[in-house]
Design a binder for this molecule. Structure first.
Ligand code: ASP
Ligand code: MG
Length: 417
């Protein structure tokens, strides 16, 4: 008998029928003898609508009131699932973030969880075998007593934080896909579902564009060693054998993965933009003059490449920013032109970043070199490269994204069958 957190995303609770379906998944685990805490998202489309209403009311709105509005989506689902569970003969109670409580920072619209109090939940598991249904995505800032939300996709993070707080054996994320794939199956039909992936690899995948889980939830799972299982809520509850291992992907400590591959997955993102500064003075302080103002304006710089200066006097410097920040980044650099001193600014938004991830890279040489020749054979030009211990990324023309991803996917033996 164990203790589980089950999290249901928006598409898994999109209407009352789907909520009843979720209740059946919960019932199966309760019948198997587990203590169960459930974390729910808003019904799909609800949060978008609530966000839109805030904008309609006023484009510039108070972040505290935005949180009051958008947190309501999860409140509705938590009550509805508790009702559905009760109707199925299961003792259940809903909980809002402020009721547990889930304490967060004061950063409204993207608050961080500071502490989750799981005492009452555990007491009720023991005394009444009561299932807790917790509204995801929300918490409370203790000093002000106001409702906060955790940023879009935040109920994943709620689920992992609660699993850590109640020392759950596993956190099951029920969603509309049946696990984590080696890459996006819509781009590579031969993509394979991974049985297991290490926290660090998942963190890279999520940060680099895979949309299965909120990045923060993976960070939290890694810090607290919360084994997290991604599975589909569309598998019919009545067909599932509670003793068998269901299809899905376990995100876990690397020590739990016996057959570690060198490369685990390929991520890509088209939301990138490139800025190149030509003939920048090759002297101390120039990088600071460029990246200081960008940081001051909260623009995240990702890849940076500086060429070796040919004449000893000037050099070219290339970096990438999120496409959404491209115009701001250009304006920031142009404003600082006097202190930076460059001849020309070239920019491009039709670029994409393709990343190869695998813990095995730590102990294998030449992994990236293989990719460079494979891409060259396909005539794909590499504009910039970055590497770290367990991944490398290349910046290429956006038009070649799919070809590059497919090429690398088969190169590293990830193709199915
Ligand atoms: N409902 C929130 C959102 O759509 C939180 C979540 O579903 O994780 O972002
Ligand atoms: Mg989500």
């Amino acid at each position: 008998m164990g203790r589980l957190v089950l999290k249901f995303g928006g598409t898994s609770v999109s209407d009352v029928d789907r909520i009843r379906n979720a209740a059946q998944h919960v019932k199966r685990e309760v019948d198997a003898g587990h203590d169960v805490a459930v974390v729910v998202s808003a019904m799909s489309g609800t949060t978008n609508r609530l966000v839109e209403w805030c904008r309609e009311a006023s484009v510039l709105h108070d972040a505290r009131e935005y949180d009051a509005v958008v947190a309501s989506g999860e409140q509705a689902t938590s009550g509805l699932l508790a009702i559905a569970l009760q109707a199925a003969g299961i003792t259940a109670r809903s909980w809002q973030g402020w009721q547990l409580p889930i304490h967060t920072s004061n950063a409204h619209t993207s608050a961080r969880i500071l502490e989750v109090n799981g005492t009452e939940l555990i007491k009720r598991f023991k005394e009444r075998r009561e299932v807790a249904v917790i509204a995801g995505f929300q918490g409370i800032h203790q000093e002000t007593g106001r409702i906060t939300t955790l940023g879009r996709g935040g109920s994943d993070t709620s689920a992992v934080a609660i699993a850590a707080a109640i020392q759950a054996d596993r956190c099951d994320i029920y969603t509309d896909v049946d696990g984590v794939y080696t890459t996006d199956p819509r781009v590579v039909p031969k993509a394979r579902r991974l049985d297991k992936i290490a926290y660090e690899e998942m963190l890279e995948l999520a940060s680099l564009g895979a949309k299965v889980l909120q990045v923060r939830s993976v960070e939290l799972a890694m810090v607290h060693n919360v084994r997290t299982f991604v599975r589909s809520s569309f598998d019919r509850p009545e067909d599932i054998d509670p003793r068998a291992t269901p299809p899905g992907t376990l995100i876990c400590d690397e020590g739990e993965i016996v057959e570690q591959q060198v490369v685990t997955g390929i991520a890509f993102s088209k939301d990138e933009a490139q800025i190149s500064l030509r003939n920048v003075k090759d002297k101390p302080g120039v990088a600071a003059a460029i990246f200081g103002p960008l940081a001051d304006n909260n623009i995240n710089v990702d890849m940076i490449v500086q060429n070796v200066s040919a004449d000893g006097a000037t050099t070219d410097l290339t970096f990438t920013v999120p496409a959404a920040d491209y115009d701001r980044a250009r304006a920031t650099i142009e404003q600082a032109r006097g202190t930076i001193g460059y001849e020309r600014l070239d920019g491009a938004t039709d670029v994409a970043k393709v990343s190869v991830i695998g813990i095995g890279m730590r102990s294998h040489a030449g992994v990236a070199a293989k990719a460079f020749s494979a891409l060259a054979e396909r005539n794909i030009n590499i504009r910039a490269i970055t590497t770290s211990e367990i991944k490398f990324s290349v910046l290429i023309d956006e038009a070649y994204t799919e070809l590059a991803v497919r090429t690398l996917h088969s190169l590293y033996g990830l193709d199915q069958g």
